[in-house]
Write a protein that binds this ligand. Structure first.
Ligand SMILES: Cc1cc2nc3c(=O)[nH]c(=O)nc-3n(C[C@H](O)[C@H](O)[C@H](O)COP(=O)(O)OP(=O)(O)OC[C@H]3O[C@@H](n4cnc5c(N)ncnc54)[C@H](O)[C@@H]3O)c2cc1C
Ligand code: FES
Ligand code: FES
Length: 510
């Protein structure tokens, strides 16, 4: 077996059970292009190349039990070293026989032009590997990231929800010893990618798979001021801001200390390479720990698509927001209101570490720095935490304006305790706190209509939409609307005047 000091310079992975070796790959090559152009697997489509449509969905497997659907249009080829990939060709075909998911699509007329069909089937196939009898809601959530412009979705959903589809057994290529390799080989292959550095050098770009944080710091330090270094976790940011030229790409997706998480009564801590999907699992599992965890989970369900969230990290999202003032980040807005703290380590200052709030994060430079941890504290039981988002579509769409609110009400006096937090995104560069309005709320009753009026006028003066953001009038309306919904959400339901009930309902469903 390879030792940690060894360094590989070629890729080895499996596609539909067959071993593939790639010598001297170009670090800029994307998985989707490789599969289509080099391997001739033309089933996956790449119409948008931005992570937005899901037609390029493939399944990646780390071991026999861990699978994830991803967008092959954003995934760098170098990042799949050691993995097992399944494309639509590996699921079934007319020659080898259709899988039950494919057959259901035929039986229920789930395809018209067929462009979205391979991606839809891959998404459902991925779900069925984990759950042989998914619920209607799980099926709907799973295909959130797959757009269809023909069928209206109903026949696709009916196919996936049909008895002949849900409930059938699926085969994982990693366990299918007769059609691929032995299981022992699988394990060795994955160990290789866990234990060896990978260095792929092309003329203009170098790809390095880091194994420990020290590797990452060394690369940042030695290249500082000389070559442009970019850390790569899921690489999904390139779907929004197409790749700028970088000289060194550092894959941090296999650095164990960045992938860990821990939970205690104080809150949830995740590493700087933990994906949004993995954070969602933690929030769901520990929802009893904090009033904020279920609202954060619900909001994250509306961030990007399952394929993007499966490899896209929380830290990566925050870094996009740090680098691009015009990027309206849901993650930054909700984590700021949840009083999250980031641990940031500088590669150049003797790897010194600071733990900072999100407000501080947006004020400091992040050059040669790594987010190593993100802490999401648990809030006291008498807290109210809600989040809001308006976008062009309910799912799979960037926010126009988002917001998150946190207050604590004294159970005896019914008055708002010190420390409310109000955060808005999409009105100016970077998420904005409404600190004057927060102060105005303290010591007041959240149920006093006069308080609402006073706070609203303060908020309107404090948060003026930057003219560089289009639709300023609409955004201003949303600021008011969200604030109103937030205050209503803190009322007991039976205390809400009849003609205000719709605001309360909206407040509860984001
Ligand atoms: C189609 C689509 C829809 C989306 N919709 C939404 C949405 O509705 N709301 C929303 O908020 N977001 C949305 N996003 C953004 C998405 O959440 C991010 O793309 C994702 O979280 C980025 O994570 P990543 O690991 O892929 O980052 P990468 O692309 O790998 O990296 C992004 C940047 O972060 C840096 N970086 C990564 N990790 C670290 C670290 N630990 N320390 C320091 N720097 C680091 C990298 O150097 C790079 O500059 C969407 C993205 C796509 C593609
Ligand atoms: S091509 Fe549209 S998501 Fe990849
Ligand atoms: S069948 Fe045409 S896009 Fe879905």
């Amino acid at each position: 077996m390879n030792t940690p000091t060894m360094s590989e310079s070629s890729l080895s992975f499996h596609v539909n059970g067959k071993r593939v070796c790639v010598k001297n790959p170009d670090p800029k090559t994307l998985l989707g292009d490789f599969l289509r152009e080099e391997m001739g697997l033309k089933g996956l489509q790449m119409p948008c190349k931005q992570g937005g449509c899901g037609a390029c969905t493939v399944l990646i497997s780390f071991d026999a039990a861990a699978h994830a659907n991803v967008c092959s249009c954003l995934m760098p080829l170098c990042s799949v070293d050691g993995m097992h990939l399944t494309t639509i060709e590996g699921v079934g075909s007319l020659k080898t026989g259709l899988s039950s998911v494919q057959q259901a699509i035929v039986d229920y007329n789930g395809t018209q032009c067929g462009f979205c069909t391979p991606g839809m089937i891959m998404s459902m196939h991925g779900l069925m590997l984990d759950k042989s009898q998914p619920t209607a809601e799980e099926i709907e959530d799973q295909i959130d990231g797959n757009l269809c412009r023909c069928t209206g979705y109903r026949p696709i959903f009916n196919a996936f929800h049909s008895p002949s589809c849900a409930g059938s057994q699926f085969i994982c290529h990693m366990n299918k010893t007769n059609s691929c390799r032995s299981h022992a080989m699988d394990i060795e292959d994955i160990s290789r990618s866990l234990l060896t550095r990978l260095v792929i050098s092309e003329e203009d770009v170098v790809w390095v798979r880091a194994l420990v944080l020290k590797d990452v710091y060394d690369i940042l330090r030695t290249n500082s001021g000389k070559r442009k270094v970019r850390l790569v976790r899921g690489n999904t940011s390139t779907g929004i801001y197409p790749r700028v030229d970088n000289d060194v790409l550092v894959d941090i997706s296999r650095v164990p200390s960045l992938l860990g998480s821990s939970v205690c009564y104080k809150g949830i801590t995740i590493g700087g390479a933990v994906t949004i999907s993995d954070l969602m699992l933690l929030l769901k599992k520990h929802s009893n720990l904090s009033k904020s965890y279920t609202p954060i989970f619900d909001h994250l369900k509306r961030v990007a698509t399952p394929q993007v969230r499966n490899v896209g990290s929380v830290a990566g999202n925050l870094m996009i927001a740090h680098q691009h003032g015009d990027f309206v980040s849901d993650v930054a807005t909700i984590l700021m209101a949840a009083e999250s703290r980031l641990t940031v380590c500088s590669a150049c200052l003797n790897t010194s570490e600071v733990t900072i709030s999100l407000e501080e994060f947006f004020r400091i430079t992040m050059e040669n720095k790594v987010i190593t941890q993100i802490f999401i504290p648990s809030l006291p039981a008498n807290s109210h935490f809600i989040t809001k988002k308006v976008a062009l579509r309910r799912i799979n769409s960037h926010p126009i304006v988002n917001a998150a609110f946190k207050i604590q009400v004294d159970p005896e006096t019914g008055l708002i305790l010190p420390g409310p937090i109000i955060v808005y995104g999409g009105i100016r560069p970077y998420p904005q706190r409404a600190q004057k309005t927060e102060i105005e709320l303290v010591g007041k009753s959240n149920m006093d209509q006069k308080v609402f009026g006073k706070c609203l006028s303060k908020l309107q003066k404090e948060l003026v939409v930057d003219p560089s953001f289009r639709q300023t009038k609409y955004r201003t309306l949303l600021i008011n609307h969200f604030f109103y919904c937030f205050l209503l959400s803190t009322y007991p339901k039976d205390a809400i005047p009849h003609n205000h009930l719709s605001g309360f309902t909206q407040a509860c469903i984001i």
